[in-house]
Ligand binder design. Structure first.
Ligand code: SF4
Length: 365
């Protein structure tokens, strides 16, 4: 049982996917294709769907892109969110075209009248709105020299817009308060979570490349998730968005909040290791990433791949199965018991065939 508890939020429905109210934390990503090219955008969304993305956001820079919403929608299976900056009329067109949710940025959407016009149409269409505050587009945030004051400014900006929506009895609201500084972001979410129970979309904006962005997002999102904050996440990376989805599942699985199908436990290797464990684990992970249906398992299959018998049997006890290295070979454990040997060139093959067996068994349970 986990020590940390999730904060209860309102449940919001986005074309059949629920966010908040204790629902599993939803994994989102965003396309980086030119949305004026609907075929390229659909192609990327299909790759994201395949990777397990549950809600996808697409930026609509102009009307030409907004006219593509219905064509994109017809060709994908997951809810589509329109990311709108500056021009509220693009959002109105996206609603006409059947968009499932809007994300508006208080820093640039303009006057209260414009927000009100959007609220009325969103209400008629029964679609939620995310108030997505971003420190970079709220210039006044940078007038403050300390992180806490910046966090308060972010939370105030979100509250200002939330109140406009509430004035119209609109409660299908999701909120995000992103900054690229972890301290500011965490404080902003904490302040907002103490004031309203709308579901929160978590992210660390402009987090960076696949390596540094993964580390920064995991640090920031990990803190908030541990406080029980967060109903949906987007790991923002300067990379193929499929990597965002993989990272999000891996992060959520590491906190036992979602199941990505397989959990690999492997040691860092040392002088005792006599197999090429780094290569083996990387090949196993590559093959697993192409296996379908693993996320549907009710609990992850835990696999221990250890360089030697010092920690191998111990780790394998807790795993569904595992291999601990010996001299160019490996001892195969299943449910804590030794069941055979595997030569080092056959580890990858063996692990994949065992995962297939386990996933069939798990599906039948
Ligand atoms: S399991 Fe063995 S090889 Fe791996 S780090 Fe520990 S002692 Fe070294």
């Amino acid at each position: 049982m986990k020590f940390f508890k999730r904060i209860q939020t309102r449940k919001i429905n986005i074309d059949g996917v629920t966010i908040g109210g204790g629902s599993p934390i939803v994994v989102q990503s965003m396309t980086n294709t030119n949305s004026r090219d609907w075929k390229a955008t659909v192609k990327q969304i299909k790759q994201l769907q395949e990777a397990g993305c549950e809600i996808v956001r697409v930026s609509l820079p102009d009307m030409e892109a907004a006219y593509n919403v219905s064509k994109i929608k017809k060709n994908i299976k997951i809810p589509l969110v329109a990311d709108i900056h500056f021009d509220y009329r693009i959002a109105l067109e996206a609603i006409k075209q059947g968009i499932d949710k809007l994300r508006i940025n208080p820093g640039n959407i303009g006057s209260k009248d414009r927000v009100e016009a959007l609220v009325k149409e969103a209400k008629k269409a029964h679609i939620p709105i995310r108030i997505g505050v971003n420190a970079g587009s709220l210039k006044k945030v940078y007038n403050f020299s300390d992180n806490f004051s910046r966090a308060k400014a972010l939370a105030n900006a979100a509250m200002e817009h939330v109140k406009i929506l509430e004035k119209h009895s609109f409660q299908d609201v999701v909120v995000s308060l992103k900054a690229s500084n972890i301290d500011t972001t965490v404080q902003a979410y904490k302040i907002f979570a103490s004031k309203r129970n709308y579901p929160l979309h978590l992210g660390i904006t402009e987090a960076g490349s696949i390596f540094s962005g993964t580390v920064k997002s995991s640090a920031g999102l990990g803190i908030m998730l541990y406080y029980g904050i967060g109903d949906t996440i987007r790991v923002s990376l300067t990379a193929d968005p499929v990597e965002e989805v993989k990272t999000a599942y891996s992060l959520l699985q590491s906190m036992e909040l979602r199941n990505s199908g397989i959990e690999i436990v492997s040691c860092p290797t040392c002088a005792r290791c006599e197999v090429d464990l780094i290569k083996i684990v990387s090949e196993v992970e590559k093959k697993i990433s192409t296996m379908k249906g693993l996320k549907k398992l009710s609990k992850p299959i835990k696999v221990a791949l250890m360089g030697c018998v010092v920690n191998g049997p111990g780790e394998a006890k807790d795993a569904d199965f595992g291999i601990a290295g010996g001299k160019h070979t490996g001892i195969l454990f299943k449910d804590g018991k030794v069941i055979g040997k595997v030569s080092s060139d056959k580890w990858v093959e063996k692990v994949i065939s065992m995962i297939k067996q386990y996933s069939v068994i798990a599906r039948k349970l």
